[in-house]
Design a protein around this ligand. Structure first.
Ligand code: NDP
Ligand code: 2IT
Length: 446
């Protein structure tokens, strides 16, 4: 690591203590950018990277709400407005008990590069709360969302900051949040994406992250003369992203043999298709948070408290959360003949596990490139809202496919241009950076 980058990383760590996920995301990006900063001293002298690691604005607020028994609870709400050089802040909201400022900063930082890669005019942001949706009634979720939006509404807008879903935030939550925003502002606008179809949403948005990740894996396999057809996939998670991925893999002739949850993973040797995919939606909306329900219903194997990375699979597609593939998992995947790792979750691979994949020459796609289909279709939803004209399903899917193919190509050409051919991590980080950095130079010191 160069002296300049090493020093900057030390500064980031000391200024942002107790935020290990943020340090991890920054370190990965900085390592990729060393060569860019060497070739382009103008970014160094304008302190572009130093500016990018400092959020433009962080909003932290109290979210009080009452449960069905009349008891009062207090959660913490956040919105990180990271970078608006190329468009309004854009990124999801996460409701999960593990949410901290550091986790949201890592997600907002990644989002800046991801959104830049989509080719659409979107800056980066992220938000959420440590609220735990597990076991909550619809009414409790509604009251929480209304309280959350009663503060957030001051800070967002269709040309300012456009939140969407992430872990624990899907169509139901976006509905409650949108209703409250509309009531407070007396304005019907595209302030959120992932909306319902008959009130400003886009077709394909629920499927987009998973579909996009599979299109990305398809492009990667193509570079080796291979295809999805006949391939065995290990998938983790059972939420929105996993659901879209499983659908598309199955449609393209692949077989998904695993899903996972906080309780363990299931192995289905016949492949997850048809009513089993529909059951994933039921598991998610049940708020039980158990993948074992799938094993009980379809009589397949369940492995308690284990991750799905020691099965025989051609492709691994993590779809649950950050840091879910560790060194041992990377070694097992390689030993079992896995040819491709395509990150559909955000930063699911630890830096140590990534190094193992890199050294082994694994075909490896980082989340900020492979899962960009979700936010890309959010961008298309914003366009449709601005035009007040919804597009048909085929058109949205076609544009999603085009965007993902373009991101794949950009990763490869950029990696080549910066002397690391085939390295998707470097390609994505550098290409995402250049567009934002140039916009920041153009706009002066702000
Ligand atoms: P969902 O809430 O639909 O599903 C998330 C799944 O991951 C659940 O099974 C959840 O179970 C599990 N999970 C979440 N946090 C943890 C944790 N700390 N430890 C273990 N398991 C966990 O979320 P999504 O499918 O929307 O998101 C999945 C991933 O994809 C995330 O990394 C997200 O950031 C990323 N992503 C999402 C996009 C979107 O549009 N929705 C777009 C791009 C990326 P449990 O809650 O019990 O932990
Ligand atoms: O991580 C992500 O890209 C998302 N959760 C989707 C963000 C969005 O604005 O659609």
């Amino acid at each position: 690591m160069s002296e300049y980058v090493a020093k900057l990383l030390v500064e980031v760590k000391s200024k942002n203590q107790n935020e290990p996920e943020f340090h991890q995301a920054v370190q990965e990006i900085m390592e990729s950018l060393e060569i860019v900063l060497e070739r382009h001293p103008e970014y160094r002298s304008a302190k572009i990277l130093e500016r990018m690691v400092e959020p433009e604005r962080i909003i932290i607020f109290r979210v009080p709400w009452m449960d069905d028994q009349g008891e009062i609870h207090i959660n913490r709400g956040y919105r990180i407005e990271m970078n608006s050089a190329i468009g309004p802040y854009k990124g999801g909201l996460r409701f999960h008990p593990s949410v901290t400022l550091g986790i949201l900063k890592f997600l907002a930082f990644e989002q800046v590069f991801k959104n830049s890669l989509t080719t659409l005019p979107m800056g980066g942001g992220k938000g959420g709360s440590d609220f735990d949706p597990k076991g909550k009634s619809d009414n409790e979720v509604m009251r929480f969302c209304q309280s959350f939006m009663s503060e957030l509404f001051r800070h967002i807008g269709p040309d300012t900051d456009v939140p969407a879903g992430d872990i624990g935030v899907g169509g139901r939550e976006i509905g409650f949040l949108f209703g409250q925003f509309k009531k407070l502002r007396n304005e019907f606008s595209g302030v959120l994406t992932g909306k319902g179809l008959n009130w400003g949403g886009s077709l394909i948005r629920p499927e987009a992250t998973g579909y996009g990740a599979v299109y990305f894996a398809q492009e990667m396999l193509k570079t080796k003369g291979e295809d999805i057809e006949g391939k065995v996939f290990a998938v983790s998670g059972f939420g929105n992203v996993a659901w879209g991925a499983v659908q598309k893999i199955t449609q393209l002739g692949g077989k998904v043999v695993t899903l996972s949850g906080p309780d363990g993973f299931i192995y289905d040797k016949n492949g997850i298709s048809g009513e089993k995919i529909d059951f994933m939606l039921r598991m998610r909306s049940s708020a039980n948070d158990r993948v074992q329900d799938f094993a009980d219903k379809f009589k397949v194997e369940f492995y308690s408290r284990r991750r799905p990375w020691d099965v025989i699979a051609d492709v691994a597609m993590p779809c649950a959360t950050q840091n879910e593939i560790f060194e041992d998992d990377a070694k097992s995947l390689i030993k079992n003949g896995c040819k491709c790792v395509c990150e559909a979750a955000n930063m699911p691979t630890t830096l140590e596990a990534y190094k193992i994949f890199k050294d082994a020459g694994m075909l490896f796609a980082p989340g900020k490139a492979a899962n960009a289909g979700g936010v890309a279709v959010s961008g298309l939803e914003m366009s449709q809202d601005s035009m007040r004209l919804p597009w048909p399903k085929d058109e949205v899917d076609h544009r999603l496919h085009q965007i993902i193919t373009k991101i794949h190509e950009t990763c490869l050409t950029t990696a080549e241009r910066f002397s690391t051919p085939g390295n998707y991590v470097n390609g994505a980080n550098i290409a995402g950076f250049l567009k934002v950095a140039d916009a920041m130079l153009d706009q002066g010191l702000v």
